[in-house]
Ligand binder design. Structure first.
Ligand code: F6R
Length: 260
């Protein structure tokens, strides 16, 4: 794992956008996996700005979102369809037929999940997957004890995750119990993974993810097995890492050809 510690969420989001923009410039038909939530907002703002000001071209990019709530129509204000339109897809030239978000209204959920996996394979696999992380260590909505080899499927949100999402639904009781999410096995097949985490609230789980044992109790710890994962943190989220000085030193002394 590569750990990059940035001063604040603004610089961290800008760096993540720069890395993804470089991938899209090098490979205009790149396949990009997107998360939702509060964490990637600055990242999306930067991608939109690069599209407007620098001509970053999304026309041949294919996208796959990590997850969606079960039972929500795509125009529900809490749905990730609406979120993605609001923060990215509505502002860049990505082709509508190249956008993939799990169908929360699917009548046959296992078949829909199998199709999602097939669509990722047919697209050639995910070149870069961006992730946030829950305070319990979930990535996508793979809650603790998810199989580290899991594929896209239905999951039940923990009480805590439902509480964390209460604001978008006008209260925790309105948050759906179920989601469709890419599995940990699905995520681990991405060629590059960028995990973003900001704020003191995320510090303990980041320390366990990076410096603790690999365990299904901390789903993000499975990323220790991934050959190219970069964590981009702000100072606060990095606050509990015992080897933070070493991570800073590594970043400062990167060979020129490896710099972002
Ligand atoms: C959402 C997702 C989740 C979030 C996580 C953190 O698509 O995959 O894993 O990334 O719940 O959410 P925030 O960023 O709101 O703290």
């Amino acid at each position: 794992m590569e750990i990059i510690i940035q001063p604040d969420p603004g610089t961290a989001g800008a760096l993540a956008a720069k890395i993804v923009a470089r991938i899209i410039k090098d490979k205009p038909d790149a396949v990009v996996g997107f998360p939702t939530g509060a964490t990637p907002l600055e990242f999306y703002r930067n991608l939109v700005r690069m599209h407007r000001e620098e001509g970053l071209d999304f026309s041949r990019v294919t996208t796959f979102n990590l997850d969606e709530f079960v039972g929500l129509p795509p125009d529900h204000p809490g749905s990730y369809h609406v979120y993605m339109d609001k923060h990215l897809f509505g502002h860049v030239n990505v082709g509508r037929d190249r956008i993939h978000i799990p169908d929360g209204l699917a009548a046959d959920i296992p078949a829909t999940c199998r199709r999602y996996e097939e669509e990722i394979r047919t697209a050639g696999g995910i070149d870069v997957q961006i992730l946030g992380i829950g305070v319990d260590g979930h990535i996508g909505f793979n809650e603790p004890t998810s199989s580290l080899g899991s594929r896209t499927r239905i999951k039940t949100l923990t009480r805590q995750t439902r509480r964390e999402n209460a604001a978008e639904f006008g209260g925790k009781d309105n948050v759906p119990y179920h989601v469709l999410t890419m599995g940990i096995g699905t995520i681990l097949e991405s060629r590059l993974i960028l995990l973003l985490a900001f704020g003191a609230k995320k510090a303990p789980i980041i320390a366990q993810t990076v410096e603790g044992p690999v365990t299904a109790l901390i789903p993000a710890s499975a990323l220790q097995h991934h050959p190219r994962t970069i964590l981009i943190l702000d100072e606060e989220a990095a606050g509990a890492l015992t080897k933070a000085d070493y991570y800073r030193y590594v970043y400062e002394h990167k060979p020129d050809w490896q710099k972002y």
